[in-house]
Structures are given as structure tokens and as C-alpha cells.
Design a protein. Sequence first.
Length: 313
Amino acid sequence: MYDQKLSSKDGNPSCSRRQFLCATVAGAGVLAAQPAWLGAAEKKAAGRIRATDLVTLGRTGIKATRLAHGTGWNGGARSSAHTRLGEKAFTELLRHSLDQGVMYIDTADLYGAHPYLGTALKGVSRDSYILSTKIWPRKEYWNSPSGGAKEEVDRFRKEMNTDVLDICLIHCMTDAQWPQTYERIRDELSELKEKGAVRAVGVSCHEFDAVKVAAVHPWVDVFITRINNVGKEAEMDVAPEVKAPVLKQARANGKVVIGMKLFGAGKLTQPEQMDASLQYVFGNQLVDAVTIGMMRPKEVDDTIRRVNRALRV
């Protein structure tokens, strides 16, 4: 069991590591964060690169940790393994992650985690974490989309008790026609971005055709995509050698690439498999950050250690 030290007298999580990072974010101003990737000599000069370092995400100006805490393990119909933990355990898990320096939170309407995050982050300084969420654009038995983004973003902000969403994506794009299909959502997200309600926009992609468009489309600031070293046997849409050049070019184009399914949605469970995937993704400079659905405090600790090792290779 872990002694998580969830709260101090003022109700905020007590952790010197997180407090230090909060101060770093608040005082960063216009100073550039350490680049996500450095040459060998620069690495030596800058010190060790870590999962919890703050990096600037592409051209967005957003500073986030390389590791994001995903909240949608086995998610669907506004529920996930994370929300099924219950509010107390969910809060303890997210607070532990923040205390360890993971300041990037990845969620979605699909996961049903927004109200849980509203509770878990109560009393935590808003400038000490990054929130990324997603709009499910299709009509389902549990979802009646407005056709745009304004109603959804307003609801999301209320559910998470925040004025601003750092990143808001259109969820689960599967074909090359998504910019036309969801033009109204794109337009409304752009308007919300201009008004400051959203800082960066984009898509999460579940098929390669959607990725190829996201990698070059001028509207996209950020996209999430499946990436590991195994391929379709581990929940990839295409072989890694097919996707890797597209991700590299996307980053060269200034797009922010966030990797998901690094552990194959639970199919890569052996330590050597997990390490090989992380080393492939980070070693080949394919992403700006990764989102991993850690379910327990010890998984948070273990994942941070593994990412740190991969970054030193």
C-alpha cells in the first residue's frame, strides 16, 4: 500500500515535487521549455530527461509533461475502468499521479470521467495541470450530439469546474473525410479557441487514413494516435514502420503528436514488452508525449520509471 498524503491543511495535495512544478508552470512566462529531444551533448549538459519534465507541445505554447495520465481504460458509453473505481479511489489515483509530477490529464466525454475530475482536482491550482478532452461526435444511445462544439465545451467546462480546456479533440476519427464530415465542430472549436475557452484543437485517430490527414491539415494543432513497436497484434491500425515516417513528418510540420496504446491496450504486459515499446516510440522521436491509462498508484510509479529509462536510451 502507498502512503499518498492526499491533502494538506488547505485542502491541496501535499507534495514538494508537484509544488515545484506548479511554480515552474506559473513562472514560465515566455521562456521556452527544454526541447522534447536533444542531441547527446545537449542531454549531458541539460541533465537527465524525465517523464515528468515540462515540454512545449509544438506551436501551441502549452507546457505539459511527457507522460499523461489517461482516464479511459476500457471506456465507453460515459464509463471506464477508471470511473468504475469509484470517486474516492479515482481521486486518490489522480492526486497520487499529480504528486509524482504527472501534470497532463487525458480524458473524454466517452469515458464519463469529467465529473470525477471536477471532484479530484478541487482545490488544486488550475495552472498546475493540463486538461485534454474529446468530443464524441456521433449519435449513440447515450449521446445526442449538438452537431457542433459549443454546447459540448460549455458542458465539459462545467463538469470539470474549469474556464479553459487546454486541448479539445474530435474523438475517434476513422477515415480521410473527417474534416468535411465534422466541419461544423471544427468551425465551432476554432471560434472557441479564438475566445480563449480552448487553447488547442485537433482529433484522436483510430485508423491510418485519418492520421495521414491530421498530419498535414492546417486546422490540426494536436492529434492522438496508436503507436507501439508491435503493430496490429497490439491494437495498432497499421504496422509501426508504416506509421513512423508519417508521425515524424507531422512533428516536423509543427503538429503535436500524442501516442496512445503503447502497451497495446493491455496486450503488452511483460516488462520487456513494455520497455521495448517505450524505447521504440521515444527512441525514434515519434511523439511529443504519451497517454497511458494507469489504474493504480503503483502503476503510476512503475510507468514513470519505465519512461525515464526509455528516455535515457
